[in-house]
Design a protein around this ligand. Structure first.
Ligand SMILES: C[S@@+](CC[C@H](N)C(=O)[O-])C[C@H]1O[C@@H](n2cnc3c(N)ncnc32)[C@H](O)[C@@H]1O
Length: 489
């Protein structure tokens, strides 16, 4: 009997879970590529103070007046391939502190709370409160952060800033659907805040605030906020946020909050160390986040890496409400830390996530295997699902995953080989380079998943299923896998 599940009811293939919450604490850290909106000329790594754009010189003067930098400071801002960056003035040792920025210059939800708009921002999501604050400061000539805001880019190469034509290069990709969802999310949040906070408080927001402003602020926060700090999930630190990312650096542990009077005291400083030895004149770089996929890097910062295992694809699996065993399956999933929908990030060259096969087998469970859903198995069923349950269950899992891969692969307008040719054909503009790299990477992961399940499919006759394991455990299967019967004496 054909199992009552189709490829589509078993799984969908897109949308990383992360976009729903722009600043999840554990997995995220944010930064963006060459700011397209700024007219800085990219030259060498060694721009000296006098070659700097006027806005950066004024910013530096401000930091000096604020006592944040002095002649002893070991770094200088400079114009580099990545936009602005931090250049070593002298040789810098590994783990040497390169800058310290006092709390009074940071921008975080506390800054907003203490500001004129603090009262109307109570209860807002932290990123929304900080976004509103940034936009308002950007419009205010007398802002305390004027010098800082003047050196922020108008946009980065994050896909949220791409034109329709540029986005078309991502056709069929997961990054395209994530980008659209993120923009939709920002738009919804903007409309809500416009109605509930901006319009009723015209005196506090005398200048019009547009969706474009809101997207700008989102992009700034996503690309520059330091997030791996306990109690400071959303922290903008002027000067420190000029640091660029290098794929060659492995350690992420490069910044911390130091405070003479405790972590949250007024005397706290944000302290940034160089993870490696840097020669005078070279750029000081850090690792933004080793766990981010290329899709996440492109969305957050506007660059990708050539490193193979940054290529990822998120499989979204779900228990359909129309499944006759919906309630039991959901109960089992929930007792094992999962839910009606589960997201599995699959990386190029890496094994499948550990619980993915269990979840797939659970979702596909039906027919004569449905007895495993009975309550007497509730405590053990998850363990049973770790290994193949039955041929029909395993076959369905393989078929559905392979159909989903084929369907996803058919949505792209180019093949991996065509993408490779485009990359080889010469210098691409940064956004096209990202688009081609992303779509090629996603397709390679999809091919890998398909290959994995193709192999499983070819082994369906060889693997041991639940009933055989059970018989063996009961001592009813002989050494050669033969079933032992009781012969009549
Ligand atoms: C925290 S800011 C660093 C300062 C930034 N370069 C600037 O001009 O203001 C992060 C942004 O720098 C750029 N960036 C950082 N590392 C990069 C890299 N390895 N490749 C390309 N762009 C990079 C991206 O635009 C990213 O969004």
């Amino acid at each position: 009997m054909a199992p009552p599940y189709s490829a589509t009811s078993l799984l969908l293939t897109s949308s990383p879970s992360s976009f729903l919450s722009p600043f999840p604490a554990a997995k995220r850290d944010y930064r963006p590529r060459l700011p397209a909106g700024r007219a800085f000329v990219v030259n060498s790594l060694r721009s000296s103070g006098s070659e700097l754009p006027p806005a950066v010189q004024t910013f530096w003067k401000w930091l000096t007046e604020e006592g944040v930098v002095s002649s002893k400071t070991s770094t200088l801002p400079g114009v580099v391939d990545e936009g602005l960056g931090l250049i070593a003035k002298r040789d810098i040792g590994r783990n040497e502190v390169v800058l310290e920025v006092p709390k009074r210059l940071w921008i975080n939800p506390d800054t907003v709370a203490a500001s004129e708009i603090g009262k109307v921002c109570v209860g807002l999501k932290p990123w929304i409160a900080v976004a509103l604050f940034l936009i308002r400061e950007k419009r205010s000539e007398g802002s305390r952060w004027r010098r800082y805001i003047d050196v922020l880019p108008e946009e980065t190469n994050s896909t949220i800033f791409w034109s329709e034509e540029e986005l078309a290069e991502l056709q069929g990709s997961q990054l395209l659907s994530t980008t659209k969802s993120v923009k939709e999310y920002i738009k919804n949040e903007f409309e809500k805040i416009e109605e509930e906070v901006i319009s009723p408080n015209k005196k506090l927001f005398p200048n019009p605030i547009t969706l474009t402003d809101f997207i700008w602020a989102f992009g700034i926060l996503r690309s520059r906020a330091f997030s791996r700090l306990r109690g400071h999930n959303l922290l903008l630190v002027p000067f420190a946020d000029l640091i660029n990312h290098s794929s060659r650096i492995e350690t992420e542990d490069t910044y911390e909050i130091k405070g003479t009077g405790g972590l949250f005291s007024r005397d706290s400083v944000f302290s940034l160390r160089s993870p490696v030895y840097v020669k005078a004149g070279e750029q000081v770089l850090i690792q933004y986040d080793t766990r981010k996929s290329n899709g996440e890097l492109a969305l957050d910062y506007g660059f990708i890496e050539a490193t193979a295992n940054r290529n990822a694809y998120t499989l979204t699996l779900g228990i359909s409400e129309s499944d006759p065993f919906y309630g039991d399956k959901l109960d089992i999933a929930e007792s094992n830390g999962m839910g009606e929908t589960a997201y599995f990030d699959i990386y190029l060259g890496q094994p499948l996530p550990p619980t993915m096969l269990q979840y797939l087998r659970l979702v596909a469970l039906g027919g004569t295997d449905a007895f495993l859903l009975e309550s007497i198995f509730r405590n053990t069923v998850w363990g049973h699902l770790d290994l193949p349950v039955s041929r029909s269950n395993e076959e369905l899992v393989c078929r559905v995953v392979r159909e989903a891969c084929a369907s996803a692969l058919s949505g792209y307008s180019t093949t991996v080989e065509e993408d490779a040719e485009i990359i080889e054909s010469g210098s691409l503009n940064p956004r096209l380079e990202i688009a081609v790299g992303i779509r090629a990477g996603e397709k390679r992961v999809l091919r890998q998943i398909d290959g994995d399940f193709k192999e499983r499919e070819s082994e369906l006759n060889e693997v041991e299923y639940y009933q055989e394991r059970r018989l063996r455990d009961l001592g009813l299967v002989g050494e050669q896998g033969d079933i032992i019967f009781w012969e009549p004496k």
